[in-house]
Design a protein around this ligand. Sequence first.
Ligand code: HEC
Length: 174
Amino acid sequence: MGQRAGWVLVISMAVLVCFLVLGLCFIGLVVSPTLRTAIFRLPSPPPPRGYATSGERIYYTGVDENGQRIRFEGGPMWLYMHGGSCVSCHGPDGRGGRPVMMGTEIPPDIRYHHLIEEEHEEGEEHPPYTDETIKRAITQGLNPAGEPLDYTMPRFRMTEEQLNDLLEFLKTLD
Ligand code: HEC
């Protein structure tokens, strides 16, 4: 092999290696959000969180076990457009207390132990909640006295199983 041919070989090898490295970088950028944000500071969507229980998933996402959105009536318009669930109004800790956009009532504390307390909100006339009346509040929007809750609280079409799962989750909030 002449000297010239040797150089051609070295250069083409070098070019090949460069392409290989660039290619790997590119694939790395495409598949790895961490790498992408580290380099470009692009906002990347949060990694899908694994939910420990079905109740937790419903509380945070409003999505059923098949990934379908649980249907509801009432509630503000943005809930239909942007999605959301109990967490959007009652907060990640279930304590509510903050007004919501286009809402006409401040979402209350819905931690289980709070709902079943004798006096759960000042000035409220109704008896404490039970498992059955909590489920009824979620599906029909009625308080224990049978009076309608404010329109801001959606009425969810949930199965008995979903309601039980959700109740189990409300019990874990303290
Ligand atoms: C768009 C906001 C919104 C969403 C979403 C929402 N709620 Fe509510 N919720 C409210 C408001 C506001 C009230 C208070 C209504 C009233 O006092 O008349 C309420 C009331 C309740 C009550 C009755 C509490 C009481 O003290 O009488 C329960 C139980 C409840 N929500 C559970 C849930 C659960 C479970 C979810 C999710 C499946 C959920 N809510 C989703 C806004 C919301």
